[in-house]
Each structure stands twice: as C-alpha cells, then as structure tokens.
Design a protein. Structure first.
Length: 222
C-alpha cells in the first residue's frame, strides 16, 4: 500500500501528459501515480500505457468514452491505494512542488485545496470567471472559499470514502466534493498556489455558460 496516490485525469493531453507525469515520477518515485484518460481522440492513451510500462509506480486506467473530469477523478481515486489521495491537472499547470505544499499542510480528516485566486498574475478572464463561480458556490452551497476549482487537491482517504455517490461528472465535481466533505464533518483547508498558466483563455470563455448550468443542476440534485 502506498502512502500517497495522485490521480491525473486526462482528456486529449498528448502535448503535456508525458512531461507532467515524468515530473511527478521524479518527485514521487515511491508513490502511486494513476493516469485516467477518458474519451481521448489523440495519443493520450498510448502515452499513458507507455508510461505505465516504464515505471512501476505509474498505473493507467483508460476510459473509452468521454465521461468528464469529475468522473475520471472519481474512477482513479477508487482504484488508488494510498491513505493520502488527490488529483492534479494533466496540463502541467500544477507542479510537484505545488502538490508537496498541499501535502505539507495535510492533516487527518482534512481536504486540502489549492487556490490560484491568491495569484496576482492570474489572467483577468480567469479572475472574473472564478469570482462568479465562487460567488454562486457561496450562495448555493455555503462554501466560503476563494477558489473551489483549482486542479490540485489532496485529502485523507476517509474524506473520499465518506462520499458514497457523486452526482457531477464535470466542472461542478470540485464543488460537490467540498460541499459533501464539509457536510460529512471533515475540515477544509485552502492553500495559495502560484501556478504555471497555459493559454486556455478562449477555452474557459466558451465553457462559462455550461459551467454555471452544471452548478445549478448540482444544487437541484443534492
């Protein structure tokens, strides 16, 4: 059994996945790294398979259909063996040093969330989107956090195991995780991270309507 398990969900990340995984293998050579490609139309699954063959601590679980980030993370966490578990984006925005910072703040019965809202260099469109999203998260779910969506979180395995079912498969997964962890009596910690940005401004802008619709659907379902 590993002490730490890190899940890396990946959808069409052939450009970044190998570099991201190699950086985590170097920094966490004895810990479990789980890649979960889902619905990919590029070489992401092939890269995941090759990495798992090369490194004994790297595992891959390929999902053929596109299930969404949330569902991919949940699938990977269920396959994990660590008692400290978490996930990180595949695009390299969050480095091993960021995850180590979260782990340094780890406590039992706690969900530790990275937060990019403390980053003064964050793109303005990200700041606007994040503010609107977190405002709704506060109103609809009572979550008083600066950033629910940062793609770097670690937790006590007991936090994850306490949540029997996840409704959201996409963007709202992070909100659902935080809301249900808090509801189940676990502590939530928010740690500031200065990240390495990728050029996803257009990507985020186009997805804003779907993100807010998904958040509203989550509120109606729980």
């Amino acid at each position: 059994m590993h002490k730490i398990s890190i899940v890396i969900p990946a959808y069409n990340e052939e450009k970044y996945l190998k570099k991201t995984v190699l950086s985590f293998v170097k920094s966490f050579p004895k810990e479990e790294i789980i890649i979960v490609p889902n619905g990919c139309t590029d070489k992401t699954p092939e890269i995941a398979v090759n990495l798992s063959k090369k490194f004994s601590n790297v595992k891959n679980f390929i999902i053929k259909e596109k299930v969404g980030k949330g569902a991919a993370v949940v699938y990977g966490l269920r396959k994990s063996s660590g008692y400290i578990i978490g996930f990180v984006d595949a695009d390299g925005s969050y480095k091993p040093k960021h995850v180590k910072k979260l782990i340094d703040s780890f406590e039992k019965k706690t969900l530790v969330c990275g937060s990019k809202r403390f980053d003064k260099d964050e793109y303005i469109i990200r700041k606007i989107t994040s503010f609107g999203w977190n405002f709704l998260a506060r109103i609809l779910f009572g979550i008083k956090m600066k950033d629910t969506q940062a793609g770097a979180k670690i937790m006590d395995r007991k936090v994850f195991d306490s949540i029997k079912k996840f409704t959201s498969k996409g963007f709202a997964f992070d909100v659902e995780l935080i809301f249900k962890a808090k509801k189940n009596g676990f502590k939530i910690k928010e740690i500031p991270l200065k990240i390495s940005h990728k050029n996803k401004k257009l990507f985020i802008f186009l997805l804003i309507p779907n993100m807010f619709i998904e958040l509203m659907k989550l509120r109606l379902s729980i």
